[in-house]
Design a protein. Structure first.
Length: 447
């Protein structure tokens, strides 16, 4: 290649990097010409880790996730500790909707005890990933609804719908989600029952575009139960009464035939809402014949807070969280925790929503840069000396060089036999790779 053509390729590559620069929560897609230039360079230097990392970033920005993963495999086979490449591997798995692998990558990065800001960004990515996964799972369930409807759901698994508010005071509407969260928490103390996460059912309802008018229909509950594998579904409603009172009704619906298995009802002052909710839960369990140990009864009787205003703020936070407004959710959760410092659920949700807000407002390139830190090699880091480059370019025996979209490896590492995730070491601390005995050949290229 002549010096003039080399300069042209470098200029185009720089344009690609500029296109991938931070500018929002999502990087800008590179031009086809820029990608072609990088691919031409990679054809001449197929194992160059820095070049493959630049190309992986460009592929990711262009939504070519499979190609990005292949390029990252080349990087990580030679530089398994390259944290920027590991971060982009997590982003790429998200794009491929391989959520378990993405979670494993972020978990591995967190085990390195990063700084507080990096930890918050990674935990935020995990929170956003969980939301994305729930909605993807809901879409998959709806696509296979006919098949799922023929499979009897687990009778010991319970899902709890948001309680439908039928009153006129819009300030009380967020309690729809707060009451559902409270019932889920109470029933989770019963060892004989398994509870569907409130967020999982809410994601399904969102994908079904279910409005509040259909939430107390037993047929709707039965259908949703099949879709989330719940044999029992709790549906309910509440409304305010004269003299500052409130009425709460709930039914337990069998998903197999949409029949009502148990009911619970009560009315009391709004200030005694928690007592009312506990009474309805005990009614449902009693009519279903679910035996309770003294410890289970005591756990159900516990209140997460005794401050009704704090609980209303918490419910508002759940509502904001469900619509993806993590900034508003964090503010409401923090306000709830400030009113009642012992309200642990509010404090935990505030921390999670704050992290999700930070991660959602930070571009992938910025997240990766923060994860990589100042010691990371590459275009944005310090220049690496020739000996280090030579060592990093060495390929261990038992693993082949990645070229194009084909990746093969015989390395005995964990996580779903995915060679890219294996190269990144994303098995997590609880799944260490097995010990291996063999010969390692280290090739140091002449500088």
């Amino acid at each position: 290649m002549t010096s003039r053509s080399r300069a042209l390729v470098v200029a185009v590559a720089c344009a690609v990097l500029a296109a991938c620069a931070p500018g929002g929560a999502r990087t800008t897609s590179p031009s086809p010409e820029g990608l072609a230039a990088l691919e031409a360079q990679r054809a001449q230097h197929p194992t160059d880790p820095d070049l493959n990392l630049r190309l992986a970033k460009a592929y990711y920005a262009a939504n070519r996730f499979a190609d990005a993963r292949a390029a990252l495999a080349t990087v990580l086979l030679q530089q398994p500790d390259n944290r920027i490449a590991q971060a982009y591997l997590g982003f790429t798995y998200e794009g491929l909707e391989q959520f378990d692998s993405a979670r494993a990558v972020y978990g591995t990065l967190l085990t390195g005890r990063p700084s507080g800001e990096v930890s918050r960004l990674l935990n935020g990515r995990l929170a956003l990933l969980a939301r994305k996964e729930l909605h993807a799972t809901a879409r998959t369930a709806l696509a296979h609804e006919a098949e799922l409807s023929r499979t009897p759901p687990d009778p010991s698994t319970v899902a709890v719908f948001p309680f439908r508010y039928t009153g006129q005071d819009s300030a009380l509407r967020p309690l729809e989600r707060g009451l559902a969260a409270l019932v889920v928490s109470d029933l989770s103390h019963v060892r004989s029952l398994r509870l569907v996460e409130r967020e999982r059912l809410q994601a399904l309802l969102d994908e079904m575009q279910m409005n509040a008018t259909g939430r107390v229909d037993p047929a709707t509950g039965a259908r949703s139960g099949h879709l989330v594998g719940a044999g029992q579904v709790v549906q309910g409603q509440f409304q305010e009464l004269p003299s500052a009172g409130v009425r709460l009704d709930a039914t337990m619906v069998r998903a197999t035939d949409a029949s009502v298995a148990a009911t619970g009802s009560g009315r009391d002052q709004l200030s005694l809402l928690f007592d009312l909710e506990k009474s309805v839960v005990f009614q449902l369990l009693g009519k279903m014949g679910v035996p309770l140990s003294p410890a289970e009864s005591l756990a159900i009787s516990e209140r997460p807070t005794r401050d009704l205003q704090a609980f209303l703020l918490y419910s508002r936070g759940l509502e904001a969280q469900d619509r993806g407004d993590f900034g508003a959710a964090s503010a409401d959760f923090r306000a709830a925790a400030q009113r009642d410092p012992s309200f642990q659920a509010a404090a935990q949700q505030a921390q999670s929503s704050d992290a999700a807000q930070s991660a959602g407002g930070t571009s992938e390139s910025d997240v990766a840069g923060a994860v990589g830190g100042a010691t990371q090699s590459g275009p944005s880091g310090p220049t690496t000396d020739a000996l280090t480059l030579a060592i990093n370019a060495a390929v261990p025996s038992g693993a082949s060089i990645v070229s194009g979209t084909q990746t093969t490896t015989e390395l005995n590492l964990p996580v779903r036999n995915d060679p890219v995730c294996e190269a990144a070491g994303c098995g997590g601390p609880t799944r260490p790779p097995p010990l291996a005995v063999g010969t390692i050949i280290i090739i140091i290229k002449r500088p």
